[in-house]
Design a protein. Sequence first.
Length: 392
Amino acid sequence: MKLAMVGFGQAGGKIVDRFLEYDDRTNSGIVRAAIAVNSAKADLIGLDNIPQENRVLIGQARVKGHGVGADNELGAEVAEEDIDEVQNAIDQIPTHEVDAFLIVAGMGGGTGSGGAPVLAKHLKRIYTIPVYGLGVLPGTDEGGIYTLNAARSFQTFVREVDNLLVFDNDSWRQTGESMEGGYDQINEEIVRRFGILFGAGEVGEGQEVAESIVDSSEIINTLSGGGVSTVGYASEEVELNTGGGLLSRFTGDGDGDDGLDAANTTNRITSLVRKAALGRLTLPCEIEGTERALLVLAGPSEYLNRKGIERGRKWLEEETGSMEVRGGDFPREEPEVAAAILLSGVTNVPRIKRLQQVAIEAQDNIDDIQQESEENLEELVEDDEDELEPLF
């Protein structure tokens, strides 16, 4: 799947920058174009891979390149005011070669959480290709303002995009890990999972064609119901150059000197599918009730067989209760077999329920604070009037 990626804010820019590095390292062909948008000049300067001409500084008239200070209302305002600056960069993208837009943003800060939904709404009004979001939720230890920003931004972002893929930092930060080291590891996890999903249908010159291709239409159909999505992933190291080949994959046979034991290969695949679905998801949730799902098995071709993929897909159907579970393989010469599972339209998500509660409580608190401030002001004015002596 060929994507036009827009990293909005500090976290979004860093993740898109890492996607470009992944694309170059694996020759996956996912990123057709990459743009970074920020209100802080220093964050744009710190990127390594996004071309200089694709780094867009917004809000200069308001914040002078210093960022919006975690104020996502201001982030939304400067995005609205400078949307033409962003559009000028997007105009350079050959959108006829792109399958979808992917807007990546951290949802706890100011620029990304405020501006990403603004851009999504703008793109959906102009283009016919899907506009997806990849939103990163802040950890609860990052502070109350970031949680509140995420709670407010989440509701807007999910409404404005065709589907919101979510990564929850709370589930991935390790105890005692430095913040910078933690985020580097998190960004790598994001890129690895989504890289396999989006790269599955892209075949370069000299690369092996999948037996069951997962092309862009499969991904688009899986995400077509809207709502919130999460991704599961599991991998296992294997040895390369063990024989087998295309014939063993079609027949499900092959053992001894001519190939791998089919039963072991099938069992490995079904085990990885279970681990991916029931292990650590990018957004933890109950998978039962998932509307649509997509299974991608990646690895050396001799370790991928039809029987294993079909069994994994059937198991996923039973566990989710969905009749729309797509699946396929992604041959690549890496010394591991990996299962990536996209679960679209998930509903039983405790983290989102907590965020929504935070938003409700915060709104109630804001209303109370405003009312109290108004009452205090009225009392202050009345006291002053009582104490003032007439001038004449």
